[in-house]
Design a protein around this ligand. Structure first.
Ligand code: SF4
Ligand code: SF4
Length: 117
């Protein structure tokens, strides 16, 4: 599963620079697939949906820092444990029970984001 940030977040900002996928954004900030990844131009999700990686997407939270689950690999491929959860002073980076992925799926996502084998 991906990691999510709960509303216990105190907006300290410690997690944001630790994310290897640039999946963490400040409250109210727009996000892009291309931020911190190799993704550029039109992404075809293969299910009829496409999206421009360079286009700003609406903030997922206006109150607290948030994680874009499509960019979160639980740090698989980079670190042994989720770095956001490791640095969060109030332990509000927790498993997102709505986004469940296997280790192989997380590795494939990491390769997709960073265009490497
Ligand atoms: S678990 Fe890792 S990849 Fe996911 S948001 Fe946290 S730091 Fe980023
Ligand atoms: S480290 Fe924790 S409290 Fe600080 S911004 Fe990130 S999620 Fe919020």
């Amino acid at each position: 599963m991906a990691i999510k940030i709960t509303d216990e977040c105190i907006n300290c900002g410690a997690c944001e620079p630790e994310c290897p996928n640039n999946a963490i954004y400040d409250a109210g900030a727009t996000w892009r697939f291309s931020d911190g990844t190799e993704l550029h131009g039109v992404i075809d999700f293969g299910d009829g949906n496409t999206l421009n990686a360079d286009e700003n997407q609406s903030a997922i939270s206006d109150e607290v820092y948030y994680i874009v689950s499509d960019k979160c690999t639980e740090c698989v491929g980079f670190h042994d444990e989720p770095q956001c959860a490791a640095v969060c002073p109030v332990d509000c980076c927790v498993d997102d029970e709505d986004v469940r992925e296997s280790q192989d799926e997380l590795l494939a996502k990491k390769s997709w984001l960073h265009a490497e084998g």
